[in-house]
Design a binder for this molecule. Structure first.
Ligand code: PLP
Length: 393
């Protein structure tokens, strides 16, 4: 796969290209095996079999039972379902339980959902992280109240790549009978994601982050949990999510996850080499930068830097725009916030001042990234750097 010979794509955390092998596996489910999985005739049965086989593959990949995996339209819906579904269900059964806890560096799919719940009267605590983006499990412990019902902490952060101590957090919340949701959208397919090791009651997945199709993901719902449904209608997904299932996407999701796990060790080793090279090039050649994210507890796919506003003031928008004009696709925050001038809440949570947070670049690497692309991207950054400096402090 090559997006464009003249362009360097270093935005794999925003999305990945579909793996051609995955596309081939999906094709028949658009064209020949197009049946509705709820139909009883042979077309429907074929679709149903493919859907259930996909569910088995996804379940096995995360150490779950097939009955615990529910297909969704992506990571956003899975996060919404975990938070809203649990909040509504708990409120009906135990009205005094109205408090949920999230980390302050969650993706907006979690943070804005928590804000929505807050607008409905739920109480939300957003926990701080340290300068590397790590959440201290004792912060969770201290924030727990008798009214708490859910803690939501992402596995790996989409902007800085920091990996959270989910199993340690799980030990704390489980003792108190509080539920744990973990957004594993960025970690799945890149590092091991096993629901038992994590100790999570819910996890969210999204296929387009690991070379699968966009518009499909899954919510793992541990057996015994009973969040309310967000979509009401037919009895698809065992009545948890109404609507005709997109079998082709489910098949693609399963194939992509299976491939990623098969290739994980090899890809991960290659990516670590590339990341280390990129970090050392940036360190040695680009003055006045700070690295964002944990140096060790992190994904091999993300390198996030900021130009320190105490040394020079860099126009972050111009930075990304000029990188793009020179054929390098990177982002200045999460894909969902770029395009707007909102400063990254993640970088602010690390303690970066406004100017430094704005002058940031996230390079995110993927399985098609080459060493030449890394070196060319750094050369482009060096070339345009002078143009985007607004002032020296
Ligand atoms: N959670 C995280 C950590 C993400 O990075 C993303 C996508 O950027 C999402 C959730 C949303 O996933 P989707 O694009 O499948 O809705």
């Amino acid at each position: 796969v090559k997006t464009d010979k003249n362009n360097i794509y270093l935005d794999y955390s925003a999305t990945t290209p579909l793996d051609p092998k995955v596309f081939e596996v999906m094709k028949p489910y658009f064209l020949e095996n197009f049946g509705n999985a709820s139909s009883v005739h042979s077309y429907g049965r074929k679709a149903k079999i493919a859907l259930e086989e996909s569910r088995q593959i996804v379940a096995k990949s995360i150490g779950a039972e097939p009955g615990e995996v529910f297909f969704t339209s992506g990571g956003t819906e899975a996060d919404n379902h975990a938070l809203i579904g649990t909040a509504f269900s708990v409120r009906r059964h135990s009205p005094t339980k109205n408090h949920l806890i999230v980390s302050s560096i969650e993706h907006h799919a979690v943070l804005h959902t928590a804000d929505y719940l807050s607008s409905l009267g739920f109480l939300v605590t957003k926990l701080p992280v340290n300068e590397y983006g790590l959440l201290d499990p004792s912060e969770v412990e201290n924030a727990l109240r008798p009214e708490s019902f859910l803690v939501s902490v992402m596995h790996a952060n989409n902007e800085i790549g920091t990996i959270q101590p989910i199993s340690a957090i799980s030990s704390i919340v489980q003792q108190r009978g509080i539920f744990l949701h973990s957004d594993t959208v960025q970690s799945a397919g890149k590092i091991a994601v096993n629901v038992h090791d994590l100790g999570a009651d819910f996890i969210a997945l999204s296929a387009h982050k690991f070379y699968g199709p966009k518009g499909i993901g899954a919510l793992y719902i541990r057996k015994g949990m009973d969040p309310d449904s967000l979509l009401h209608g037919g009895s698809q997904e065992r009545k948890r999510r109404a609507g005709t299932e997109n079998v082709a996407l489910a098949v693609g999701f399963a194939a992509a996850l299976e491939n990623s796990l098969r290739e994980l060790e090899e890809t991960s080793a290659r990516l670590w080499t590339l990341k280390t090279h990129l970090v050392s090039l940036l360190k040695n050649k680009v003055e006045g930068i700070i690295f964002n994210g944990h140096p060790e507890n992190c994904l091999p796919t993300i390198v996030n830097i900021s130009f320190d506003s105490k040394k020079q003031f860099v126009d972050g928008e111009a930075l990304i725009l000029n990188m793009d004009l020179n054929g390098v696709a990177v982002t200045s925050g999460s894909a969902c916030t770029s395009g707007s001038i909102e400063t990254s809440h993640v970088l602010r949570a690390l303690g970066r001042d406004e100017g430094t947070a704005r002058a940031s670049i996230r390079f995110s690497l993927g399985k098609y990234t080459t060493i030449t692309e890394i070196e060319d991207a750094v050369s482009v950054l060096l070339k345009i750097r002078k143009m985007v400096i607004v002032s020296h402090s």
